[in-house]
Design a binder for this molecule. Structure first.
Ligand SMILES: Cc1cc2nc3c(=O)[nH]c(=O)nc-3n(C[C@H](O)[C@H](O)[C@H](O)COP(=O)(O)O)c2cc1C
Length: 341
């Protein structure tokens, strides 16, 4: 099983990911990691920060001649803007952010002390870790992709852009929905035997941990609640040579906390970005007077970027589940067990 952590502040020296449990013998393609980091930086509606940073990873440990050794892999992504000690503090916590509760919990008068770690810049490290996991999954033929379903309620790309432009003009922000799809999954990842082994629960926890993600659904998701069972569940068919199959995928590839061989389809709802250029009223923690919330450099919408983070988080969970099922030590053995399963 993998264990992983991230470290780093938004405007500190760097973002770090430390991943333990990847098998030995996995070819590490640094270009692929950097492509994933670049995908996270893109999307219509991003703020000025993305024009400053050019995220590229340095692999500090865990590999020799571009192959994993089975030891912990440390990845470092430098921050170009590392002005943490020079940036002004603030005492007007932003509604929708960790600011107020974080200042109370850690006893800070300066909201920046919270912002620096609570910022979604941390997702750089997640995407770097997720890229390694994707490389592992690729060895088993498992692929992940994502798409933006809607931004501010608009499903059409041109309409999304218009809505983002309008929000920008008004000093406002937007959220949206993105979908993560994993294909060519083996049957039986996860388990029904214990609550914490259910793959749906593990995926939901990983996806909801993405900043601003407030809802996750699989397959039909919430819409299934309004249907008859006969219209919700995917009938089982069998054909010689093909085996068991379905003609629908309302379950989104998961039944009983396990993969059922269908594509995994997860959808995530992202709330609107919480930093508004036309700020909401808040309370200054020093004066206790009503003031406009602090304004920081910020995205207007980041659904496309969040989708890339969603892929990365799903990749870490699927990697974990594959290692659990097919072995952990070296890629050769895992591939052999995978083929026999
Ligand atoms: C890829 C990505 C980029 C984000 N960019 C911003 C941003 O520029 N400004 C902002 O206020 N929030 C941004 N967020 C969302 C905040 O990080 C998040 O809403 C905040 O940390 C509070 O956490 P919560 O919404 O989960 O409660 C972004 C989230 C993601 C996933």
């Amino acid at each position: 099983m993998i264990r992983w952590l991230t470290a780093g502040e938004s405007h500190g020296e760097c973002m770090l990911a430390l991943i333990e449990g990847l098998p030995a013998g996995l070819a590490v393609d640094a270009d692929f990691i950097n492509q994933e980091l670049s995908r996270r930086q893109q999307g219509y509606g991003r703020g000025a920060r993305m024009g400053i940073e050019k995220d590229t990873a340095r692999i500090l440990s865990g590999i020799k001649n571009n192959r994993t050794l089975g030891s912990p892999v440390a990845l470092l992504v430098p921050n170009r803007d590392c002005s943490i000690d020079d940036l002004p503090g603030f005492t007007a916590p932003r509604p929708g952010h960790a600011d107020l509760a974080g200042m109370h919990k850690y006893d800070f008068e300066d909201g920046r002390c919270v912002l620096e770690r609570a910022s979604a810049r941390e997702t750089v490290a997640r995407v770097a870790a997720g890229a390694l996991c994707k490389l592992f999954l690729r060895e088993l033929g498992i692929t992940l992709r994502s798409r933006t379903v809607s931004v501010g309620g608009c499903t059409n790309r041109a309409a999304q852009r218009k809505r983002i432009d309008r929000a920008r003009k008004k000093g406002d922000t937007l959220g949206g929905i993105f979908e993560v799809i994993a294909e060519h999954l083996p049957v039986g990842l996860g388990s029904y035997v214990q609550y914490d082994r259910r793959l749906d629960a593990r995926l939901a926890a990983a996806l909801v941990s993405i900043p601003a993600v407030k809802g996750v659904e699989f397959g039909l998701g919430f819409a299934a609640a309004d249907r008859y069972g006969s219209q919700a569940h995917d009938r089982i068919y069998y054909q010689e040579g093909r085996g068991y199959y379905r003609r629908t995928n309302n379950a989104g590839g998961l039944e009983g906390g396990m993969t059922n061989g269908q594509p995994l389809v997860c959808r995530c709802a992202m709330k609107p970005i919480a930093t508004l250029q036309k700020p909401l009223p808040t309370v200054d923690v020093k004066s206790k007077k009503t003031v406009p919330a602090s304004v920081q450099r910020s995205d207007i919408a980041a659904v496309e970027a969040a989708a890339v983070v969603g892929e990365a988080m799903a990749a870490t969970v699927l990697t974990d589940a594959c290692l659990e099922r097919f072995g952990q030590d070296n890629l050769k053995m895992i591939k052999k067990t995978f083929r026999q399963a």
